[in-house]
Design a protein around this ligand. Structure first.
Ligand SMILES: [Zn+2]
Length: 342
């Protein structure tokens, strides 16, 4: 089969399309013929080299996989060859106290397909059969591959962590990213008033089309001052953050009294300044969030199937152009997800 692999960590240029043997499946696994694979920021971090992450080389990236099941191991009962599937990207042990409580994202062996284990930048991939979820039949392969990780992450952040309630004001930072475009829709679905930040008129228009009630151009406006203006000086109850760096301080400053900020990333830098006077004086809560519970993807998929949450695909590219796709994401010129097709 053809696969995009890399032998050493580095820039997009380390990604190469190569001929590889088909994966061999274990008794509890399924072999999936990949029809589309979404790209996530996580792929870029793994490719560049994550501290403490030892991966076997050559490595195949790719968390968001959809395709047809070609074969299953002897112990597999709930899926069979010929079925279409959307693959749950997360992995956990299934036996520890956290897993048994349904908090599988807190499992000590929690991981994501394509991080240590080979992923979907390939024509075929072996996955645990338990990860093969029913396919959302209302979506094309390319659109379905834009769903799993961002909707799981955004759902866990807003619903699981921030406990979003109807009528609250939510500030979504970085509407142009996959996770930002999912957050706007989830927040609107829950009856919140959504204020989204992005740069440039076209992206702000796109954010409004997804359900944002107001927008802030973060290239030309101060997000904290503008968020306060848009809420009559109150500030927002919830900030959805994943950018970090200098943005984090402005995001905290946008919060109303008793507000909470939830974050799942730091694409602009992992170090930020925090004014402790604001933290206690305004009674704020800061929430970290990592991926999500598998049950939360089931919840989000109900609304995806009903057409009430829709993946946003910026463009579809052939697998051979994976390096070019990574460059586009690093250049932040996209809106929504970039999806690879073998
Ligand atoms: Zn576990």
């Amino acid at each position: 089969m053809k696969a995009v692999v890399f032998d050493r960590c580095g820039g997009p240029e380390v990604l190469e399309l190569r001929e590889r043997p088909d994966p061999v499946i274990a008794s509890d696994e399924a072999l999936v013929r990949v029809r589309a694979c979404g790209i996530n920021h996580l792929d870029l971090w793994v490719r560049a080299g994550l501290r403490g992450l030892d991966i076997e080389m050559p490595h195949v990236l790719g968390n968001d996989i959809v395709g047809e099941i070609e074969a299953v191991g002897a112990a597999v009962r709930h899926v069979k060859p010929g079925e279409r599937t959307l693959v749950l990207p997360t992995l956990s042990c299934g036996t520890c106290a956290a897993c048994l409580a349904g908090d599988d994202n807190l499992c000590r062996s929690y991981d994501v397909i394509g991080r240590r284990r080979n992923g979907g930048y390939a024509e075929r991939v072996a996955v645990p059969a338990a990860n093969c979820l029913p396919y959302p039949e209302n979506l094309s392969w390319e659109r379905a591959a834009a769903v799993p990780l961002v909707f799981l992450t955004a759902w866990h952040m807003l619903v699981g962590r921030a406990n979003l309630r109807p009528g609250e004001d939510v500030l979504v930072i970085g509407a142009g990213s996959g996770v930002g475009s999912a957050a706007i829709q989830i927040a609107a679905l829950f009856g919140a008033r959504v204020i989204a930040t992005a740069s440039g008129a076209a992206r702000l228009e796109h954010a409004r089309a997804l359900g944002a009630h107001d927008t802030i151009d973060h290239a030309s406006e101060d997000i904290a001052a503008r968020a306060r203006e848009l809420t009559d000086g109150k500030g927002v109850e919830v900030v959805f953050e994943h950018v970090g760096g200098p943005v984090f301080e402005r995001a905290v400053a946008a919060l109303a009294r008793n507000g909470r900020l939830v974050t799942c990333g730091a694409t602009a830098g992992g170090k930020a300044t925090l004014d402790l006077n604001l933290l206690f004086g305004r009674h704020l809560t800061l929430l970290g969030s990592w991926m999500g519970r598998r049950s939360e993807l089931f919840e989000a998929l109900k609304f995806v199937r009903a057409g009430r949450l829709a993946p946003v695909v910026d463009r579809v590219m052939p697998l051979a152009q994976a390096a070019e796709a990574h460059r586009l994401i690093e250049g932040r010129q996209h809106f929504g997800k970039i999806v690879l097709v073998p």
